[in-house]
Design a protein around this ligand. Structure first.
Ligand code: MN
Length: 733
């Protein structure tokens, strides 16, 4: 009887917002679900049907249609009973069957905490969302009730569900604009994830409850009087913020509870849009606004459709309070989110492609559905779901929203992929800034592109949007592949030259196909890539071919190699003789390397390789001025080998200039500093100026950057030394 009463009260709730609900179907679904779950109990000991019934109640709070309510009642039948989707279709129609099927499929993928499985789970949710948002809304309702009754679960289950809720379901509710669902999910998860912090805050909020409530009443009274006096009849509410947002504030700003001033949030709801601004003016006139806290989400609504004015003021008793001002219509959207948009349109639950309120959803879909790596996918989706937004303008006045911390590169990629790829600089509010510049609310951003610019791997370290991250990764990978192929082509052609032939001739003669057939490579491109990466040597490819070949070519080769060792062979042996050069190209050590004279890099410097024509790789420091003049396509990522022991043969000559007073004994001090750091001086030059100053230039040999820095720092400390600098070596080679 208790359950029937509960059902009646939920039906009453449905009638309050639905003009003509199919009550018979709701009652049928309840009876059917109860029969199917007969004999099952929840962990709390209640009959199982209590759970779907409460889920239905939450769906009614979301003011959804009858199909969703029925699906809520039936959502666990396929998973937990003998019931099938077909049976549901026969009894309740296609719409309900689709929803139950969708929720069942989602549920199967939840519980795995492994990152990849979780990613797969989110992927499924997003796909389900784009097909029919009601699937997600029913699923969210299911999760909300499970979280409300989490205390009956095992401790590990509590942790797992709470983490998942905090990571995925709460952000999802936020993106869908379901504010009350989001805050409740957050507080419920918070209670299990950080019980001590949760109860600490709960206690502190409760301890001043009476005091706070009288304060709330007082503020409401003041605001009511103020606005009514000016002909606005508002509804004013006040409440403490949810615990999780208080905790987040404490954690992010490293402050104590007592320092979180705007624990109280007030809401003023008015009839018309113009009255929002009017009310804001009156409030600011009464209480001093806190600079930087005013946000106009009416002029620029959030991507989930949310609209409101936000401000924080110093209220009575010098207490900081947060005030939100919005119309009744805006309030409805704020609380009901996405559901408010298609409430009574039964059967039409796929968001319209042209509806800009759902643009973010389609974007999320398109960008993430064919992600190759599930972990990268998860990363991107999490970024896109779980962010605070900033609003940025194009010079034309269009507004785009970004996660906070987004940079100029994120902005460029949001405009267009090609603009992202080619962005070389940016102007923020008319001023030039670096590409990694973080954008702030209201910035006007103009992107400067250059046709020779390419996506840079370093950008990955600062971009904040999933979109930019994905596009850059793809482009960098593609470019690395292309560069290694080009290098491979060059190396193979060079080797073939020994036989007076080349790749093109090989291709024409069909010899190439034969070589490919004998190798493990399917295509020439693949093979060139392997050679370029150094995973395979060009002469091995050719040798293989000639070894199994019996026409005179082998003789030719032998004769040639007898005459003189192949040029490339010499090259390789030269490298081997040189020992460790200290430079690694994509994990391969055997590369001919020379150090650029312009910047003369030493181990430890941030470096980049340049594929020269015929001289192997030339190594520059990344910030070397001449790098910007080099062809971008021939630049290649390199790094120093991890060997801590650098052989003496690999020591690098560096020139160090020391500006100091012309004082006896100083030179001795300087050279002592060098030798203390283990640096050998090979040459020293001293020039004195007439104002009793001296410029000493030392040619030294160093093992690595650290050693050099140590010596230079030491010298800097010597009394009488003004400045120490590293210069391009005159004798570097
Ligand atoms: Mn359930």
């Amino acid at each position: 009887m208790q359950l029937e009463n509960r059902l009646d009260s939920i039906i009453k709730k449905v009638r309050s917002y639905h003009p003509d609900p199919n009550i018979t179907q709701l009652r049928d679904a309840f009876e059917y679900s109860r029969r199917m779950h007969e004999g099952q109990t929840r962990k709390s000991g209640e009959p199982y049907i209590a759970h779907p019934l409460e889920v239905m109640d939450i769906i009614a709070d979301l003011r959804l249609d009858v199909a969703s309510l029925v699906a809520g009642l039936l959502h666990d039948t396929v998973e937990d009973t003998d019931c099938t989707v077909d049976e549901i279709r026969t009894r309740f129609g296609d719409d309900v069957a689709f929803l139950v099927d969708g929720v069942t499929k989602l549920s199967k993928f939840e519980f795995n905490t492994r990152q990849e499985a979780q990613a797969e789970n989110i992927r499924k949710m997003i796909i389900a969302m784009s097909r029919d948002l009601r699937v997600i809304l029913v699923k969210l309702s299911d999760r909300l009730h499970n979280m409300r009754t989490l205390k009956y679960m095992s401790e590990s289950g509590q942790q797992r569900k709470s983490r998942e809720t905090m990571d995925i379901y709460a952000p999802l509710a936020h993106r869908l604009g379901l504010n009350w669902v989001k805050t409740e999910l957050e507080d419920l998860s918070f209670r299990y994830l950080r019980p001590e912090a949760y109860y600490d805050i709960a206690e502190k909020v409760a301890s001043k409850k009476r005091q706070r409530q009288s304060f709330i009443r007082e503020v409401i009274g003041i605001l009511n009087d103020l606005l009514t006096e000016h002909g606005i009849s508002p509804e004013v509410y006040g409440r403490p913020k949810n615990f999780w947002s208080i905790y987040r504030k404490m954690r992010d700003q490293q402050i104590e509870f007592e320092q979180v001033f705007d624990v109280l949030a007030f809401r003023i709801i008015v009839d018309e849009r113009a009255q929002c601004y009017e009310a804001l003016g009156l409030v600011h006139n009464l209480w001093k606004p806190i600079p930087g806290r005013f946000k106009d989400y009416i002029a620029i609504s959030k991507p989930n459709g949310y609209q409101s004015l936000h401000t924080s003021v110093i209220g009575p008793y010098q207490e900081r309070i947060e005030i939100q001002i919005r119309t009744h219509a805006m309030h409805k959207v704020a609380e009901e989110g996405i559901a408010a948009h298609w409430l009574y349109k039964e059967g039409k639950a796929v968001p319209d492609r042209d509806d800009e309120k759902f643009a973010w959803l389609h974007q999320l879909m398109e960008e993430h559905q064919d992600h190759e790596d599930p972990v990268e996918f998860l990363e991107s989706v999490k970024i896109d779901l779980f962010h605070d937004e900033v609003y940025i303008f194009t010079p034309q006045g269009d507004v785009l929203s970004f996660p906070s911390g987004a940079t100029c590169v994120d902005f460029a990629y949001a405009i267009h992929t090609e603009i992202g790829h080619r962005c070389s600089g940016a102007k923020v509010n008319g001023k030039m800034v670096p590409l990694k510049h973080e954008l702030k609310n209201g910035d006007i951003v103009e992107i400067i592109t250059h046709k020779n610019q390419r996506p840079n791997k370093d950008w990955l370290s600062f971009v904040k949007t999933g979109r930019a991250r994905t596009k850059i990764r793809k482009a960098v990978r593609k470019e690395q592949r292309e560069r290694s192929r080009e290098l491979g082509r060059e190396l193979l052609d060079k080797e073939l030259k020994q036989y007076n032939t080349n790749i093109r001739a090989w291709e024409r003669s069909g010899r190439l196909d034969e070589a490919l057939e004998q190798s493990r490579f399917g295509t020439l491109e693949e093979m060139l890539g392997e050679i370029g990466y150094g995973k395979m040597q060009a002469d091995t490819v050719i040798k293989k071919f000639y070894e199994t070949d019996d026409d005179g070519d082998q003789q030719k080769k032998k004769k040639k190699t007898n005459d003189k060792e192949s040029k490339l062979g010499k090259l390789w042996s030269k490298i081997v003789d040189r020992g460790k050069t200290g430079v690694v190209v994509d994990g391969i050590e055997d590369v001919m390397v020379s150090y650029a004279k312009c910047c003369n890099p030493v181990p430890g410097d941030d470096i980049i390789g340049f594929v020269t024509r015929g001289r192997g790789l030339s190594i520059h420091t990344r910030d070397c001025k001449s790098v910007s003049h080099l062809e971008r396509e021939r630049q290649i990522e390199v790094r120093w080998a991890n060997d801590t022991e650098v052989p003496d043969s690999a020591r690098r000559p560096v020139s160090v200039r020391v500006y100091c007073t012309d004082k006896p004994g100083l030179l001795a001090n300087i050279s002592q500093s060098f030798s203390a750091a283990g640096v050998n001086i090979s040459e020293a030059q001293c020039v004195t100026t007439d104002d009793r100053r001296a410029v000493n230039t030392f040619e030294v040999l160093v093992n690595n950057r650290d050693q050099l820095t140590r010596a230079m720092k030491d010298i800097e400390k010597i009394k009488g030394v003004y400045k120490v600098e590293r210069t391009a070596s005159s004798s570097a080679g």
